[in-house]
Design a protein around this ligand. Structure first.
Ligand code: IMP
Length: 368
């Protein structure tokens, strides 16, 4: 298998979501009949939406609302182990209102929730493993000897399957599966440098936008005949419902959303007013603001003595509304796409989606 171009005379073509279009397909159902549910490590979600483990995105309140609306929250790790456990317990203790039929639940009927860990912090992983439903390694570039070794230790200590990431290449996916074992991987999370608050690629010149990363993971998993067994999560730079559709069409089963959930009332980001309009404060986990707490320092490159390069920025994003409103909008818009291309469910998205790359001429002709 050709993995990735190493030479300038054979560069791989990178594209961003803005350059893509899905071709219309033969539809046999209406968007209302479309099924957007997906299974992540045995947990059934009504919508393929997972929230980013960031301290301006996912704490208990957002995780509760997301699970009530068919999604899955992942508690951040920019806090002490005790605080992370407390946040997970708050979600688990939440009493699901009568009629909460959309709620995503664990086997005991409690709301489902995940938690971020560092592969280098086995203690945090052990403390959270039995309290939450799924552990997510939360590092900028998982394809790293120390992080893969650390993850093996986490698997051994917790006996749990882990969501690994982030990765950007087919090579990284193949290597990680070989090292960690397919039976220990709950999903692979793809994308590096593409996040809305991310400046990793500007600083380092390194990156793999999640559109490209997802395609790479799909190549690797198809090669191993594991595409139906290990779900791909697209992470970073998803701003519109169409980006969700492109990700699913390229091979992802779920998307991780930071910006789109940071703009919800229930996110922990501070609410501020500018020119009479409400905004939420959103920052990257590699930003100076997030690093002040000094708890996610191992997410990024370390130069010793606490010296760090900024890999994230802070921004103000317009407050959109409640999690329920945002999920409802994204889900409805995704159904419209699925209706147009003729995909009855998320699995069929991968099979029927025909994605084309727009040329500069088409851009000029007004294809938006
Ligand atoms: P968004 O949905 O485009 O805002 O991207 C969110 C994703 O960006 C997260 O899920 C992380 O994978 C990634 N991320 C979070 N913080 C940073 C950072 O400071 N630098 C680079 N990437 C980040």
């Amino acid at each position: 298998m050709e993995i990735i171009g190493h030479r300038l005379d054979n560069p791989r073509r990178l594209y961003s979501f803005g350059e893509l279009l899905l071709l219309p397909g033969y539809a046999t159902m209406s968007p209302r009949e479309v099924d957007t549910s997906v299974v992540l490590d045995g947990i059934k979600l009504g919508n393929p939406f997972v929230s980013s483990p960031m301290d301006t995105v996912t704490e208990s309140d957002l995780a509760i609302e997301l699970a009530l609306n068919g999604g899955f929250g992942v508690i951040h790790r920019n806090c002490t182990v005790e605080q992370a456990v407390e946040m997970v317990e708050k979600v688990k203790k939440f009493r699901i209102p009568e009629g909460g039929e959309k709620a995503v639940k664990d086997a005991r009927g409690r709301l489902a929730v995940g938690a971020a860990i560092s592969p280098l912090d086995v203690d945090r992983a052990v403390a959270l493993a039995d309290k939450c439903d799924l552990l997510f390694t939360d590092v900028a570039s998982f394809h790293n000897a120390k992080l893969i070794e650390g993850t093996k230790k986490v698997v051994k200590a917790t006996g749990r399957k882990i969501v690994i990431g982030n990765l950007g290449t087919a090579e990284g996916v193949l290597h990680s599966i070989k090292e960690i074992g397919k039976e220990n991987i709950a999903a692979v999370k793809m994308g590096m440098g593409g996040g809305s608050i991310c400046i990793t690629s500007d600083v380092s010149g390194v990156g793999s936008p999640c559109s490209f990363g997802v395609e790479q993971a799909a190549l690797a998993l198809r090669e191993l005949d594991l595409l139906d067994q290990i779900p791909i999560i697209a992470d970073g730079g998803i701003r519109h419902s169409r980006d969700i559709a492109f990700s699913l069409g390229l091979g992802a089963s779920l998307v991780m959303l930071g910006n789109l959930f940071a703009r919800c009332e229930e996110s922990p980001g501070e609410k501020i007013m500018k020119d009479g309009k409400p905004y939420k404060v959103y920052w990257g986990m590699g930003s100076a603001e997030a690093r002040k707490k000094r708890l996610v320092l191992d997410r990024y490159q370390d130069f010793g003595k606490g010296k760090k390069v900024d890999e994230g920025i802070k921004m103000h994003i317009p407050l959109e509304g409640k999690v329920s409103d945002v999920v409802e909008r994204l889900s409805a818009e995704l159904r419209v796409t699925m209706g147009y291309i003729g995909a009855r469910n998320i699995r069929e998205m991968k099979e029927v989606a025909q994605i084309v790359v727009k040329t500069a001429a088409e851009e000029k002709a007004g294809v938006k």
